[in-house]
Each structure stands twice: as C-alpha cells, then as structure tokens.
Ligand binder design. Sequence first.
Ligand code: 5GP
Ligand code: ZN
Length: 115
Amino acid sequence: MQKENCIFCKIANHEIPSHKVFENEEVLAFLDLSQVTKGHTLVIPKQHADNIYDLSSESAQAVFATVPEISRAIQQETGAAGMNLLSNTGKVAGQSVSHFHLHLIPRHDKHDGFG
Ligand code: 5GP
Ligand code: ZN
C-alpha cells in the first residue's frame, strides 16, 4: 500500500527518479540524495510503513533478506573498508522521512565524514 504524499512511496513506484542500486518485487535500494559517504544507500520496502514499529514481519524479512547481497555489491563497487547499517526511528532519533528505510553507509576511512 502506498501512502499519499510519501516521497519514498513515489520513489518505490518510479514516480520520482532515483539512482537504483537493487530492486525486486518487494524491495528497492537507491543512493541517498545527500551521500554521507560515497555509496550511501537506502533500502526500503515498497509497501509503506512509517518506521520500524510499523513494519510487518513480511516486509522486514523482504528488506533484510536483500541486505547482505546489496552490502557486498556496494563494497565491491566502492572498495569500502567497512559499513554502518542504521535506521532512525522518530524525529528525536533523526528520522526525516516517514517511510521505513535502512541506511547502508560504506566506510572508507576514519575521516570519511561519518561518525
Ligand atoms: P532519515 O533522516 O529519515 O533517517 O533519512 C532520510 C534520508 O533520505 C536522508 O539521508 C536524505 O538525504 C534522503 N532523502 C530525502 N529525500 C530524498 C529523495 O528524494 N531522494 C533520495 N535519493 N534520497 C532522499
Ligand atoms: Zn511511503
């Protein structure tokens, strides 16, 4: 289900363009608009969920099942030395888009701009 005026629903539906990293029936991964580090990617369920509290176990399984493959692809593409996976839940935690997303943040070195 789509939520009206949700930017990530629109990206999942290809109504708004994104730089696609991975896609299957349930999941889309695309580059973050403002790359914290080179290769910063967001993984989303195509079915809308506001955040982790709202995420169905089916969507959670669909998303997390793709993460190792996407991580390996990013690692190979960017040559990253490591990676941070994180999801912000709630404004207080820094969530700015209310459609669940997992950040995959490749780490290049200690001074690569994150953490
Ligand atoms: P949050 O702050 O909710 O954890 O993460 C939202 C992320 O979505 C931010 O890192 C922001 O740069 C990214 N973002 C917001 N709007 C767009 C967009 O239209 N396209 C893409 N590719 N990323 C977006
Ligand atoms: Zn949405």
